[in-house]
Each structure stands twice: as structure tokens, then as C-alpha cells.
Design a protein around this ligand. Structure first.
Ligand code: GLY
Length: 374
């Protein structure tokens, strides 16, 4: 099965191709006349990390060389702590050594760190060369590879250095998810559920009907591709309406403000990003219901779905609620001292609000610490 999402940005339209076996067809997809990246040719620099490149580097290189590309590679150490200007410098060095030209292409083969770092290097090398995103994690497939935000971390904060820079093509091969660690797969499901809650009620229903969400990649590859396509479409819908984050894009942060606070207070080890987002969505779902924005039944449906995906719904009692509420104030999305929340109003629709009283947040989090919650 192959599905294509056209991203209709006026200055840089591109396609997202979701195809099992897509990695082995990368050269064809980058040159085929079906896709908007049809004119790519010449030199390609693959940016990846050693583990991913070991698994897929050879087949991607062969696929590109078979279509006439001249291919070199640049490997960065894996992990968020390498999302730095130093890694960008390494890509520049490789670009120089490979004599990349304005018409050359960087292929970002990896998860979100590779996509963001390589995307930023592509945005800035020779004032912008082509970038093709080839995400290999579920999180990068449904989130980081789409939307055009590229960048790296500064020692003082995440993603402080960056640029909006759209790829020429995104190629998603669901087969690579077979080897993704289970915890990572499950965590990324939080973002998929998020799209259902804030944008696509039919996706939410589809997820509800699926018995083994955590086993989707082994048991139902066709359904997984469909869910991937719907999730990517949701992100595309939002970012094409608000490319530079002037307003609507904020709804993509549903569950993220409380999620980030929990993630950081657990030192990024107790809960990873997706697990934090899952807990954040549970908390905000309850707040929206208590404040009368959302009906109780929808909040319960969301809770059940998050649980079914194998994601956490209970907040450990070791977490100080006052510390979570205090941490919300340091979120980079805080505007003029007001914490902005994304509140669902029905499944598939969400609004932005800065009118959530701290007491409602505290009540919701306290409820999530009850032994019988969830
Ligand atoms: N690259 C991720 C985003 O633009 O949201």
C-alpha cells in the first residue's frame, strides 16, 4: 500500500509518501514523476546515526545510487544531547568534503534528533539546499518530520536555535517500525491519540476499535499505515493553516504543557516525552470536563484509549503537585505570565485557553494520584 499526502504550501509544496518498503525505493521516489520532488538529482549526503545507518544505510545508498545519485554519508552520535550546533558543524564539514552544491540534497535518515539537526544544516548550508526527511521512529513519522520546524538545542534551552524550512519530500516506511523498541512505539502512540482528540474524530474512533494498539505494527500493518496516514494528514492540515506558528499550531501542544513539567520533574527518565504527554492529556481532559468545556464521557473515552495503548494514566504520589504547577510557569509557551492550555470541546475539536485556574489543575492531578484512578 502506498499513500501520498500533498502538502500544499504555496512557496514549497511537497509530498509525504507512506509506503511499506519505501526505504528501498527512495531513489525512485525522489526522481519519479509522480511526486513533487521529481527534479532531485546529483549529490546526496545521508545524515544518520551509526545504529540506524547499520540497519538501513546500505539499502538506502543502493536505492539512491541505482537512480544515479552520488552518495556520501555523515554519522552523528545518537541522542538528544547531540542535537547541538557541534553536530551541525559536523554536517557542514561533511557537506564541504562531499562538495555539496545548491542543487544537492541532504537525506535525514533517523528519528527526530536527526531530522531536526539535518534539516537545520540543510536550511543554512549555502543558504539552503534540498532536504528529504526519512523518519525511522513513529514519533518522527507523525510529528518531527512534518511541519518545517528545524533546529538544535542551546545549552540554556531546547530548540532555541532553528529555522522554518520545508523538506522537498518525506518518505515514511512503516516496515522500519518493526525494530523500534516497544516503549518508544507506545510512547509515540500518545501523539497519534492526540491527533484523534484535537482534530480527527474518525481517527479516534478507529483507535478505539483497534484491540491491540501496542501490537499494531506486528498484527495489522495495513491498519498501521492507515493510522499513520491519518495522523500525518492531521498534522499537515494544522501546519498548512498556520505554517509559522501564529495561532492554530498551538493546538498541537495538547497535553504537552503538563506533560513537559512531569517529564522534567521525573528527570526525563521516569517518563519519556510520549508518556508525559499521555499524563498531560489525561489531566487536561479532566480539567476540560470539570470546567464544562468537554463532556465527562469523552474524557473517559480518552482515558480508556490512553490506557489501552499501554500508556500511564496515574501520577505517582512521589510527584509534588505544587512543583508541577510551579514548573508550568517556566514552559516556553507561557505568554505574559498566563499558562495557555489546549482544551478539547468535543472529540476532534480543541480550543486555546489561558483561563484555566491553578486550583483546577491541582484537583485534576490530585485525582490522578488516587490508588483507584484510571
Ligand atoms: N518539524 C516539526 C514541526 O514543524 O512541527
Amino acid at each position: 500500500m502506498l499513500s501520498v499526502i500533498h502538502v500544499n504550501l504555496p512557496h514549497q509544496p511537497y509530498d509525504i509518501v507512506i509506503a511499506a518498503g519505501g526505504l528501498g525505493r527512495l531513489g525512485e521516489l525522489m526522481t519519479g514523476d509522480r511526486h513533487q520532488a521529481q527534479d532531485l538529482k546529483g549529490k546526496v549526503l545521508i545524515v544518520s546515526n551509526p545504529k540506524i545507518f547499520d540497519c538501513y544505510g546500505q539499502s538506502v545508498t543502493t536505492a539512491l545510487e541505482d537512480r544515479g545519485f552520488t552518495v556520501t554519508s555523515c554519522l552523528l552520535s545518537a541522542g538528544e544531547r547531540y542535537k547541538t550546533l557541534k553536530s551541525v558543524q559536523k554536517i557542514y564539514d561533511c557537506a564541504l568534503e562531499s562538495r555539496l552544491e545548491r542543487s544537492s540534497t541532504i537525506v535525514a535518515l533517523g528519528g527526530g534528533v536527526i531530522g531536526d539537526t539535518a534539516g537545520f544544516a540543510a536550511a543554512t548550508w549555502l543558504r539552503g539546499i534540498n532536504v528529504v526527511q526519512v523518519p525511522t521512529s513513529l514519533l518522527a513519522m507523525v510529528d518531527a518530520s512534518i511541519g518545517g520546524k528545524t533546529g538544535v538545542n542551546h545549552p540554556q534551552g531546547k530548540n532555541l536555535i532553528g529555522a522554518f524550512y520545508q523538506p522537498r519530500l518525506v518518505v515514511i516506511d512503516p516496515q522500519v517500525l518493526q525494530t523500534l523498541p516497544q516503549r518508544e512505539f507506545r510512547a509515540a502512540m500518545a501523539e497519534v491519540i492526540k491527533y484523534g482528540v484535537i482534530w480527527d474524530a474518525a481517527l479516534f474512533e478507529q483507535l478505539e476499535q483497534c484491540d491491540r494498539l501496542d501490537q499494531l505494527r506486528y498484527l495489522a500493518p495495513g491498519l498501521l499505515s492507515e493510522i499513520l496516514t491519518r495522523s500525518c494528514q492531521a498534522k499537515v492540515d494544522v501546519v498548512t493553516k498556520d505554517e509559522k506558528e501564529a495561532g492554530l499550531r498551538a493546538i498541537l501542544n495538547y497535553g504537552h504543557t503538563i506533560g513537559h513539567a512531569i517529564e522534567s520533574l521525573g528527570n526525563y527518565r521516569q517518563f519519556n516525552h510520549g508518556e508525559g504527554v499521555a499524563l498531560g492529556m489525561v489531566a487536561v481532559g479532566q480539567i476540560a470536563a470539570e470546567l464544562g468545556f468537554w463532556d465527562e464521557q469523552s474524557a473517559q473515552q480518552q482515558l480508556a484509549l490512553i490506557k489501552k495503548a499501554g500508556l500511564p494514566t496515574q501520577l505517582p504520589t512521589t510527584f509534588e503537585i505544587s512543583a508541577i504547577v510551579a514548573a508550568l510557569q517556566t514552559d516556553k509557551k507561557v505568554q505574559s505570565g498566563q499558562v495557555r492550555f489546549i482544551l478539547p470541546t468535543q472529540i476532534g475539536v480543541a480550543i486555546i485557553s489561558d483561563q484555566v485556574p491553578p486550583e483546577a489543575i491541582e484537583r485534576s492531578l490530585r485525582q490522578m494520584q488516587q490508588p483507584d484512578f484510571g
